[in-house]
Design a protein around this ligand. Sequence first.
Ligand code: BGC
Length: 783
Amino acid sequence: MTETLTAPAMQDLSAPEKIVAQMTPQEKTDLLSGFGMWKTAALERFGIPTTTMTDGTYGVRYSIPQIDGDEKGGEDLDAFLNMVNQRASDVAVAWGEMKPATCFPNGSAMGNSWDTGLMRELGELLGRECRAMGVHMLLGPGINIRRTPLAGRSYEYYSEDPVVTGKLSAAVIEGIQEQGVGTSLKHFACNNSEIERTSMDSVVEERALREIYLKGFEIAIKQANPWTVMSSYNRLNGVQASQDPWLLGDVLRGDWGYEGIVVSDWHGIKDRPASLLAGGDLDMPESPRRKAQLLEAIENGSLPADVVDRSCVRMLEFIAKALAGAETPAPQIDQAAHHARARAMGTQSMVLVKNGGALPVRADAKRVLVMGRDAETPVIQGSGCATTIPTMIDSPVDELRSVLPGAEIIQRTEADAEAMEIAKTADVILAYVSTEGAYDGEGSDRTTLALGPGQDEMIRALAASGTPVAVIVACPDAIEMPWIDAVDAVLVSFYSGQAMAGAVADLVSGKVSPSGKLSVTFPQQLSDVPGHLSYPGELGRHMYSEGVHVGYRGYAARGMAPLFAFGHGLSYTSFAYSDLSVSTSEITLDGALEVSFTVTNTGDFAGREVSQIYLAAKGRQLKRSTIELKAFAKTPLEPGESRRVTLTVTGRDLAVWHPGQGRWVLEGEEAELLVAAASDDIRLRAPLTLMPSLLPWRRVAYDTQPAYVLPNPHARGVIRDFLSARCGITADEADRALEHCANSFFGIFTTLERRLRISITEEETTEVIARINAAMDAAEAAL
Ligand code: BGC
């Protein structure tokens, strides 16, 4: 008799607990660890196959040798480092064979779209390309806050603001996951610089964490429920983020109720059992050392069985989703159609920050001088694991020729004597420039906000010709513009992907009106950046010393004018705002309101206007940053057209985090809602009363000063009654005695003892404090 070997049928993944109950420690270890560089392990006994994941954030980077090499794919560290450390300009050489994919505008470009519909479409297209390549999960989006424009990976991230970050990333996640492909929201949390990226301790106070650095994650997770969250490389307040029970347990799973899996960043776990215990489910990529650590901890029982099993269940749930997503036939990708959409995304994301009239190029322009090596070889993306091998790349000059058929397009790269002669006779000069791409990107922050060598000089020389100069800047994040007053126009394209040149051509020619607005502040100079003094930390500790005052909040709070404000962006048309109505003039923590206003296109071009709603509030015990973005909308408008825009703002959107009480609160305050075209361009205002969800006084302790006790009626009442009983005086007399304590800077109890010549026992003090704080708790609960 011959035995036929058949693979076991896949066990029913809808009952993961049953599978986990049958698994050996080795199988659990395999399930909770990577298989090679980009896969989850197959569990043969249960008929469960591998699943595949790959980067990145704006394109699918599929390394054929690393994924398809053999069953496992590559797990070679050198190959991985080559990939992450490579410059975008020579990726194809170093990465071996890659599958081309559409290189869409990068995160810092798309962030300026302020368009959730466009982000969702980006997600759909990325998801389709994943499906076509057999990828079950894309390792993105990356949403760390762009705290400093120097950050090497800022080109992948959306904004310095958590609301823009959260809402845009939620839309991308929804778009990708609707295709049956998973996402990994990364890097959780506070990986805001590449300096000492795997060991730096980001020291961040709790308000800044909750209100700024975690907020985008919270919004995206609650709205879009990404299949996975990727823990970051750094330490957070002393604890390795991949092993942090507070971050992964209390906040992510506890406060936010997240039920997906936590994936480590690549080799980001230092102590595997500690990471599992904290909530880190999947350790990527495969590491024999960490697998041995995990196996031992499972076998010797030092890891509780229920913790291990819970992670195994989550992993099986993830695999079930990944396999189900791949059941429908893979889509055929029309590369030209995806390229066209990448171009449209570019046109809606680039930001025209200055325009004296040089743009759009006049229809009767005869000679257009195109300058700069970026017009020859455009910088379309940043460097690192996100870098994508494009399916095609637009040529700036070819694209200009096609949109400006009546003009002679003359191209020069250097501002030599001949070019300067041409400059004098041209109708307009388009100067394509970029930042130096030789060192920044993943693993390395920029060191300056300057353009690449020689480019400032080129711009100045061109401006001296007397012909209007429009500068087109490709950059990962903000730059300084020392020549700003000398040029007529500046279009910031950021890194806008493979169709960047076509998108620039559409905008420069006026085929499309610019509608991007800056999702970060452009400082006058690097030293203006909030947090500059403590960046990038020392001796392995990076203090986020500006607290909540990140980005535009820091400029507003200090009354500083940036070069270009957060939310700023020009158009070829103009927009008027009118008829503001707010559904209520007061809001509670659990309330909500609707803000409605009319936007009218008052110019001659069709355009899109990004409207922004800010809260202007000072805060009381918890200082605010003057303005905080709360909502936004992008509205397409034909010339002369008006539309009513309605946005919902909840009390929770307006809340601040109270570190003392560990909850979101609203302090009672007269505030304003601002409807703005930019953070420095307020168009409409409405008063808004914030109804308190907490008392305006702090809880009382032994050493609280009288000045903080006496205005608090709960404290005053309890102490008055105590004194009256203790000293045998009337309540009025006790109150007068208390008043007499007002100028003391000693604690209330010390002051009472000295002033009244009494001795208050520790038990009495404890009881009085407890009574005061209980009265305050009760009063607060009734608010
Ligand atoms: C990056 C992640 C990326 C991973 C896999 C890491 O170095 O920080 O963003 O997803 O590598 O390439």
